[in-house]
Ligand binder design. Structure first.
Ligand SMILES: Nc1nc2c(ncn2[C@@H]2O[C@H](COP(=O)(O)OP(=O)(O)O)[C@@H](O)[C@H]2O)c(=O)[nH]1
Ligand SMILES: [Mg+2]
Length: 203
């Protein structure tokens, strides 16, 4: 996939205020600090389009990017940041679940997990929502440069087992540092977007 254009289109709190444009959408989900902004910048080949914040847990908005005038990439609020109150975390959960449940343009979710860590309760909840709402998923294991090649399989197995992934749903290995996995993510996005059929107009 060639990225010809990538524009930030806004930050939203309520799914009801999202752009009504009828373009397919792919959303990114994951824990705060898992590497979402870094992945977005890397796959779009932009240095700082998605702000990589040094104060984790701050973004609680749904951020919209328009790519090649043909689809939206959506950055969901990172969940599970420990220093945020429980009530606040529940609010984020609602923002995310409402989006997943109601957004008609949504075609798939890229679920990011840090390759080094065992999935958390929040990661499991995310996976449950995606299954429940029948949303196609791509699991991406981030920060692959932080462990040795030899340790990869073991870490990937922990993730697959904990998330109870089907055999066909192998995590894709990614590093924003080295760019590993970028081509595979492009391909996956093209496949997900390619499946899009605009709804028939009716009156
Ligand atoms: N070594 C390494 N660090 C990464 C990678 N991806 C993200 N980071 C770092 O992890 C921190 C959080 O990244 P960010 O993209 O802001 O995470 P977000 O909160 O999920 O958007 C930042 O300090 C990044 O530089 C990666 O692939 N490799
Ligand atoms: Mg971010």
């Amino acid at each position: 996939m060639i990225i010809k254009s990538a524009e930030f289109k806004g930050a939203f709190v309520d799914w009801r205020n999202l752009p009504e444009v009828d373009l397919p959408e792919i959303a990114m989900a994951g824990r705060s600090n898992v590497g979402k902004s870094s992945l977005i910048n890397k796959i779009l080949n932009r240095r700082n389009l998605a702000k990589s914040s040094s104060t984790p847990g701050k973004t609680r908005t749904i951020n919209f990017y328009l790519i090649n005038q043909s689809f939206h990439l959506v950055d969901l609020p990172g969940y599970g940041y420990a220093k945020v109150s429980r009530a606040e975390q529940q609010k984020w959960g609602q923002i995310i679940e409402n989006y997943l449940k109601n957004r008609k343009q949504l075609r798939g979710v890229i679920h990011l997990l840090d390759i080094r860590h065992e999935p958390t309760e929040n990661d499991l909840l995310m996976k449950e929502w995606l299954s429940h709402y029948d949303i196609p998923i791509l699991i991406v294991a981030t920060k692959a440069d932080k462990i040795s090649r030899g340790a990869r399989q073991k870490h990937l197995q922990v993730i697959s087992r904990k998330l109870d992934l089907d055999l066909g749903l192998k995590p894709l290995v990614f590093s924003a540092q080295t760019g590993e996995g970028t081509a595979e993510i492009h391909k996956a996005i093209e496949e997900i977007i390619g499946n899009y059929r605009p709804p028939l107009m009716s009156n």
